[in-house]
Design a protein around this ligand. Structure first.
Ligand SMILES: NC(=O)c1ccc[n+]([C@@H]2O[C@H](COP(=O)([O-])OP(=O)(O)OC[C@H]3O[C@@H](n4cnc5c(N)ncnc54)[C@H](OP(=O)(O)O)[C@@H]3O)[C@@H](O)[C@H]2O)c1
Length: 161
């Protein structure tokens, strides 16, 4: 949805939270919508906070029947291209002794107390791994570094929404 749609809906009935994709490789929400949500006191529930798995650094190829084949960021040569481009991010996670998934979630949690990432997994141990992201403290210098290296526009492939 757009900022304008949220404004219109909020006038009809107060909105508490809006769900929109938000992650280090999908930062479109920062351009306009997030500003409006903050102005109106509405929380942001960030879906696919791990880039549907990409930001965990564990996706090297996709099976033919994997639904992510439909995502331009995974399609064709883009997956390999994006893996190269996000190498510095993976390197920071290694440097900090955390997993890329944890760093991706920690970065989101540092964007404000009004941001609620909802990572998905089918594995209990990953729920535990991901939950530990709440213990990670990122310094302003580190946040700046991550923001610069994973700037909006870095990922190859059009947005789905
Ligand atoms: N509102 C909407 O339009 C919308 C759209 C999409 C999604 N969502 C919601 O957003 C939530 C999450 O989205 P999502 O599941 O698409 O994306 P995600 O959370 O960005 O990524 C999930 C993927 O990452 C893998 N993963 C999770 N933790 C991992 C870890 N620690 N290490 C390695 N791999 C890991 C999962 O694989 P395994 O399962 O194998 O662990 C899964 O393939 C869901 O609740 C979903 O319903 C909402």
């Amino acid at each position: 949805m757009t900022a304008e749609q949220v404004r219109r809906a909020h006038k009809v009935h107060p909105i508490t939270a809006v769900q929109f994709e938000y992650s280090l490789w999908r930062r479109e929400v920062e351009a306009d919508l997030l500003r409006t949500l903050r102005e109106l006191g509405i929380a942001l529930v960030g879906w696919s906070p791990l880039g549907s798995g990409f930001l965990t650094g564990t996706v090297t190829s996709l099976n033919k029947d994997d639904f992510r084949q439909n995502n331009p960021r995974y399609a064709g040569e883009n997956l390999a291209l994006n893996r190269d481009r996000f190498m510095p991010f993976m390197a920071i996670a290694k440097e900090l002794g955390v997993t890329p998934a944890q760093l991706a979630l920690a970065w989101l949690l540092h964007q404000g107390q009004d941001i609620f990432p909802i990572p998905g997994t089918r594995r209990a141990e990953r729920v535990e791994e991901n939950a530990k992201a709440t213990d990670i403290r990122l310094t302003p210098e580190l946040l700046k570094r991550i923001n610069e290296l994973a700037r909006h526009g870095l990922a190859e492939g059009a947005t789905l929404v």
